[in-house]
Design a protein around this ligand. Structure first.
Ligand code: PMP
Length: 438
């Protein structure tokens, strides 16, 4: 172990030589992971780590069916969408079958950021407008156009504020927000009122909105489950003002929320554009934008849309294999069952640990918010719990504007025993942290 520890340290030094310090590493002692299988990662000493973080390797790390599909196709042909190819057409068909009407037209891209950039172009083409409404603490991507829509970045460390065309709406956070579950009524529609106010301000300036961008459940902002009826009410306001509603499903889509296949279905709302990314290719870079025929037509201006890698046959095969595995291994149902198991276990843990302020989530998208009295963020404690859990072989991350929310978003192949292990490890970590940090 000492030798492998030295190897990881030496690698960290070499990495620093040619990498920007802007690129981060997780944990006070970074891990050197060399392989993955199912819900586990293995380091250079072949120690297993239960991965409760990776929402990209959705059907499990290196799922053999995805590996086989990609390997077969990469050995046969890889081209672009200017040739006819069966796989990408079949994949578009499979995706839209999983989405409600009128979401029928697909564009394939290579990352979530690209998907949101294209969504913005589509919305602007359709409305002729430029102003965009976003939620506070939202993250939509690393491209310039997306940093400009991400208060998480432009109002966060190193940020320089947002552009005047981005309008930040209040985050509907029923735990720490202005309106709170258990105290206030009609949270959803009331939290949507600020969206209407931003739209009214725009109107008074003679402007129309291009779009309202929101994740269907907010991930980077701290695993926020919106109150019932929020998105539906917000979408209504936006549509009345002539804007387009974009649901960012990059983290939460594809069966993760368990009860439904898409996050927006938990809100009983249908967007005009949906952006998909992370889990689509199980780690292979594949992302997509799906929209209505009407919006797609507005984009047919004569300017070609060409994306060199987007929708190539290898990506399409990865995407098809992922959908097959979700279906054949009943992973949406597993997300629901394992999510229920975790939520029940975490709620029991909360009764014993006042540091656990809130437990929330849908399926395998869960947030554990650590709070001090008065719901003040327990930031140092969250960092300590993350490290204490890691010391016991389990990987989680922290997030939210105060980095006090433990994020749970594992591959959907998590087993009942994995969940028991995680709950035991977290219970031990809580005791350790409470003993050391007051
Ligand atoms: N939207 C959301 C909600 C995300 O979480 C991310 C990635 N963390 C993105 C967009 C950007 O995706 P990518 O990193 O693939 O560009």
């Amino acid at each position: 172990a000492a030798r492998t520890g030295r190897d990881a340290a030496a690698l960290a030094v070499r990495r620093r030589t040619n990498f920007s310090r802007a690129l981060g590493l997780s944990y006070s002692e970074p891990l050197h992971i060399v392989r993955g299988e199912g819900a586990y990662l293995y380091d250079e000493a072949d120690r297993p780590w239960l991965d409760m973080v990776n929402n990209v390797c959705h059907v499990g790390h290196c799922h053999p069916r995805v590996v086989e599909a990609v390997s077969r196709q990469v050995a046969l042909l890889n081209t672009n969408t200017r040739y006819l190819h069966e796989s990408v057409v079949a994949y578009a068909h499979r995706l839209v079958e999983l989405l409600p009407d009128p979401l029928r037209v697909c564009f394939f891209v290579n990352s979530g950021s690209e998907a949101n950039d294209l969504a913005l172009r589509l919305a602007s083409a359709h409305t002729g407008a430029r102003d965009v409404l976003v939620l506070d603490h939202a993250y939509h991507g690393h491209l310039s156009s997306q940093v400009a829509l991400s208060p998480y970045k432009f109002d966060g460390p190193g940020g320089q504020g947002g552009p005047t065309t981005t309008h930040v709406c209040e985050l509907p956070d029923p735990y720490r927000g202005r309106l709170r579950a258990g105290r206030d009524d009609d949270l959803g529609p009331r939290y949507a009122a600020p969206v209407a106010s931003h739209l009214a301000t725009l109107k008074s300036r003679g402007l129309r909105p291009a779009a309202f961008f929101a994740e269907s459940l907010q991930s980077c902002g701290g695993q926020i489950v919106y109150p019932d009826g929020y998105l539906r009410a917000a979408f209504e306001h936006v549509r009345q003002a002539g804007g387009v509603c974009v649901a960012d499903e990059i983290q939460v889509g594809l069966g993760r929320v368990g009860r439904h296949f898409w996050g927006f279905e938990t809100q009983d709302a249908v967007p005009d554009i949906v952006t998909l990314g992370k889990p689509l290719g199980n780690g292979h870079p594949l992302a997509a934008v799906v929209t209505t025929p009407e919006i797609a037509r507005s984009f047919e201006t004569g300017m070609e849309y060409f994306n060199t890698f987007g929708g190539n046959p290898v990506s399409a095969e990865a995407g098809l294999a992922v959908l097959d595995v979700i279906q054949d291994e009943r992973l949406q149902a597993n997300a629901r069952a394992r999510g229920d198991q975790l939520l029940a276990g975490l709620r029991r843990l909360r009764e014993r640990h006042p540091l656990i302020g809130d437990v929330r989530g849908e399926g395998l998208f869960i947030g554990i918010e650590l709070s001090l009295p008065g719901r003040a963020p327990a930031t140092a404690q969250a960092a300590a719990v993350k490290e204490a859990v890691k010391a016991r072989g389990v990987l989680i991350s922290t997030d939210g504007p105060d980095a006090n929310v433990l994020k749970i978003k594992p591959p959907l192949v998590l087993t009942e025993a994995d969940c028991d292990l995680f709950l035991d490890v977290l219970a031990d970590a809580m005791i350790q942290v409470e003993a050391h940090i007051q």
